[in-house]
Ligand binder design. Structure first.
Ligand SMILES: Cc1cc2nc3c(=O)[nH]c(=O)nc-3n(C[C@H](O)[C@H](O)[C@H](O)COP(=O)(O)O)c2cc1C
Length: 333
């Protein structure tokens, strides 16, 4: 074999390894109720992402909007991994109009220098987790929020930071959404299926990640219908910032982009010492989704509400949720 051919063969092997590692990294992504509604296929120099309907939430998320947002977060995690391995990638989003569940195809394009920031970001992926505790901290510096807005914009979406009076509108809409959901027996059954001791193996939300008492927050957190085992302080959270993640339209491609931006925002926030809680109840219920649209005043269509708080260095980290074995979510050819 000529030296040129052997370099090419080595490059091909390195590309395949990087794509495989990207699919592994993507498994750390956040997802609605930790459903992990994605399936990856690694083959040659391509990595394909599919929506797995068998893990979508038929009652809470009938259009799969939040499942696709979750897949978008996984896609951004995959990209973080490739960048940390020194590869630039080309992404085709919704590459097959006849198969809307085929959400993206990634191909490695060329070698790029590896920066310390890129390596750090891949480590941040493993640190990230959802923290449902009300954190009593100092207000968040404006420059940190600006950095998060910039991260969202560079991922192709927008982030509208709510003014204090809009936070009361959000709180009232979140309350309305949670009441509507709690009255629906099918919704209760679904949330019970995905939480606590009844959840499927290696997915769902364990009791250890659900507050052990009703949290004192202006905007109510997700009502799981019961109390878990996550110790929370009884103090009122007063220094959180709330924002609406939005995009120009309200279709699958926009939800995917919103998920990519969610990941970019969340990883940036962690690196700035902040913690993040997605709040999706107002997006799940059509009437409150319209109220969120109203808060955007024509900027775009709402895809998710986010709460940012200053991380509390004195408190221990909330536990990580489990993940499905790779064999269940990654096909390697
Ligand atoms: C699209 C989306 C919506 C979510 N909505 C909520 C929510 O309304 N309330 C909540 O407590 N957590 C919410 N989460 C957080 C998930 O429950 C969490 O990501 C999942 O349980 C995995 O845990 P981890 O983030 O700690 O890895 C949401 C996550 C995503 C990606």
């Amino acid at each position: 074999m000529s030296s040129e051919a052997s370099t090419r063969a080595a490059d091909t092997r390195a590309e395949a390894r990087a794509l495989s590692a990207a699919a592994t990294t993507a498994g750390y992504a956040p997802s609605i109720h930790n459903t992990q509604p994605w399936r990856w296929s690694v083959s040659g120099d391509e990595l394909d992402l599919y929506l797995d309907h068998s893990r979508a939430l038929d009652v809470t998320d009938p259009d799969s909007r939040l499942a696709i947002v979750s897949c978008g977060a996984a896609l951004n995690h995959a990209l973080v991994s490739l960048t940390a391995d020194g590869w630039d990638a080309v992404i085709a989003r919704m590459p097959n109009p006849d198969h809307p569940d085929h959400l993206a195809r990634l191909r490695v394009d060329r070698r790029i220098p590896v920066s310390l920031e890129a390596r750090r970001r891949r480590q941040t992926v493993e640190l990230r987790h959802t923290d449902r505790r009300p954190i009593v901290g100092t207000p968040i510096d404006a420059d940190k929020l600006d950095a998060i807005v910039a991260a969202v914009e560079s991922a192709g979406a927008g982030l509208h930071l709510l003014h204090p009076d809009q936070v009361y509108d959000l709180a009232s809409a979140a309350d309305q959404a949670q009441r509507a959901e709690a009255e629906d027996l099918a919704w209760q059954k679904e949330v019970t299926y995905w939480t606590g001791g009844t959840r499927p193996l290696s997915s769902g939300i364990p009791d250890a990640a659900i507050p052990d008492e009703v949290t004192r927050t202006t905007v109510p957190g997700r009502d799981f219908g019961y109390l878990g085992q996550l110790p929370v302080s009884g103090e009122h959270e007063d220094a959180a910032a709330f924002a609406i993640l939005y995009g120009p339209e309200d279709g699958e491609a926009d939800w995917l982009r919103a998920g990519e931006a969610l990941s970019a925002a969340w990883l940036t926030a962690i690196e700035l010492g902040l913690s993040v809680l997605p709040l999706s109840a107002t997006i799940e219920v059509a009437v409150t989704r319209e109220r969120m649209r109203g808060l955007l005043s024509g900027l775009g269509r709402p895809h998710l509400v986010l709460r940012f708080t200053t991380g509390d260095p004195a408190s221990t980290a909330a536990p990580h949720t489990p993940r499905l074995p790779e064999a269940q979510v990654i096909e390697r050819f």
